[in-house]
Write a protein that binds this ligand. Structure first.
Ligand SMILES: NC(=O)c1ccc[n+]([C@@H]2O[C@H](COP(=O)([O-])OP(=O)(O)OC[C@H]3O[C@@H](n4cnc5c(N)ncnc54)[C@H](OP(=O)(O)O)[C@@H]3O)[C@@H](O)[C@H]2O)c1
Length: 294
């Protein structure tokens, strides 16, 4: 998964705020390179690589956690007031450190609806949803922080343990069809690997403060679901047209269907030379299946 032959100084210490799905995957990948990676959680755990951070109840990491930190990655969404949880509680502390790099996981929701057109980093963000407006504000807070920040805009994240396959198996899936509707997506392994690639090549590559990480093939949701059923050897139930299905969807689920865009990865994959591990959902889901079986 990670290029173990490429150097990354082992004295590096990474703090990952938000050791959820992507944060935890990144932490594991970076540890494979011999670096220290501590990841936060809102609740206490016995894992020596975990520390507690909760912006809502003032659980702030003790000073020893920050000792020797060289890199920070934040994977925490905006809080309910639209503030960035990490900057709100820890900005001064983080700014007092001598950091080589800071990363922030954002969303491609900041681009808003492009009615199926491609969108790239040069396009003006035009967030439709409240949560995306809050996200854009957090991006701005990070950009204005004077930290060596790189922002990664991500579409739908999936990977082992959190994919269409699990949704099918747990019967949490709705086979909805909406004409001309596409989504972009990214396998969690490519998020981790692309970020590591950029850090490994920091001195040789031009620096871009905002980078999309998306796969090569935006496509309809039903195409992915159909392939998921095929991989599991199950028959796909009859599809429901979106117009009919929408009344039974939660407001948040409905909101995902309002936006239609194709996210370009040309900056990352052409200009910066990153090679995707999972170029499309087929490659990505096959990987998820292997992990289910193993
Ligand atoms: N899921 C997607 O498809 C998707 C798509 C695009 C962008 N994103 C964004 O990319 C980032 C990573 O996504 P993900 O799906 O990997 O995230 P995730 O699994 O939901 O993990 C989020 C992490 O943030 C922590 N967190 C949440 N609120 C917090 C607060 N107020 N104080 C401290 N910690 C807090 C959670 O703590 P606990 O571990 O205690 O729960 C968790 O570790 C998130 O910002 C997400 O919004 C997600």
């Amino acid at each position: 998964m990670v290029d173990l032959s490429s150097p990354l100084a082992q004295k590096n210490k990474f703090l990952i705020f938000g050791g959820g799905f992507s944060g935890n995957y990144f932490a594991k990948s970076i540890r494979q390179l011999g670096c220290i990676a501590l990841a936060s959680s809102r609740s206490k755990s016995n894992d020596p690589n975990s520390f507690v951070f909760n912006s809502e109840d003032n659980s702030i990491p003790e000073d020893s956690i920050f000792e020797g930190v060289t890199h920070i990655l934040s994977c925490i969404p905006p809080d309910k007031n639209g503030n960035d949880p990490v900057l709100k509680k820890l900005k001064n502390k983080i700014k007092s450190l001598s950091l080589a790099w800071v990363g922030y996981l954002s969303t491609t929701g900041v681009y808003g609806n492009t009615y199926g057109d491609w969108v790239c980093e040069k396009d003006q963000p035009n967030p439709l949803q409240k949560r995306s407006q809050r996200r854009l504000n957090c991006e701005k807070e990070w950009i204005n922080s004077d930290l060596p920040i790189q922002i990664f805009r991500l579409p739908g994240i999936y990977g082992p343990g959190r994919s269409t396959l699990e949704a099918i198996k747990t019967k949490k899936i709705k086979v909805i069809d909406k004409e001309n509707q596409v989504f972009s997506r990214i396998h969690v392994g490519d998020i981790a690997n692309a970020i590591i690639y950029l850090i490994q090549n920091q001195d040789n590559l031009d620096f871009y403060p905002i980078i999309n990480i998306a796969d090569d093939e935006p496509c309809s949701q039903i195409e992915v679901i159909r392939y998921g059923y095929q991989l599991l050897g199950l028959e796909m139930p009859k599809k429901i047209l979106f117009e009919k299905a929408k009344k039974d969807l939660s407001p948040i689920a409905q909101s995902f269907w309002i936006e239609n865009r194709r996210v370009s990865n040309k900056l990352l994959c052409e200009k910066l030379g990153y090679k995707l591990i999972y170029k499309n959902y087929k490659a990505g889901l096959k990987d998820c299946l292997i992990r289910i079986k193993s």
